[in-house]
Design a protein around this ligand. Sequence first.
Ligand code: G3P
Length: 227
Amino acid sequence: RAAGAALKGSMQFFVDTADIDDIRDLAATGLLDGVTTNPSLVAKSGRDFFDVLKDICAVVDGPVSAEVTATDHETMVTQGRKLAAMASNIAVKVPLTWDGLKACKALRADGTMVNVTLCFSAAQAVLAAKAGATFISPFVGRLDDIGQDGMELIQDIRTIYDNYPALETKILVASIRHSTHVLQSALIGADVCTVPPDVLRKLAQHPLTDKGLAAFLADWQATGQDI
Ligand code: G3P
């Protein structure tokens, strides 16, 4: 592994939702490093985008991704600046198009964090890093859906980025569907996983943990002791 990668702490966890109740609940664990939203998740919340972002930034210190909806780079930058003005931890999300890459470059020059989203190939990830993206979001689940191997893309991007240790773009694994995606991301050395709330909760669960704990508690109760 390249020297740059060895400096990493552990893989970070973002939650992929615009549901403020889920975000509050998961933030209370102290294990949540950030949040990602997208236009579909905001639509699902049924709420005003700016209200949602205000609520999220009040409970999460880490990066909060907010996506632009324009498709031309000038309007993307205007929207991105408006979103970034809301809080210092907003990461503006732009799609991986030529206009998105141009907007990425401009927003990064402002000092704003940028998450380049809808990445489905390693070549796209090379371009995003060149545009100075803070995060690249490859969508693993959607690749699996069309019969490709989403995790192979993560491995390819890791290999490429590690070839250039000066690159600072973080690999943010998106479109995660199950805990195996998370495990494989950690094995590959991805920087961040953005995980749907239910999948995130399931990561802590194992039937043998539940069974073992029930046995410990029953045995303890039989001793009649207290701590
Ligand atoms: O937020 C981007 C990504 O995580 C979307 O995932 O499940 O809609 O493919 P999904």
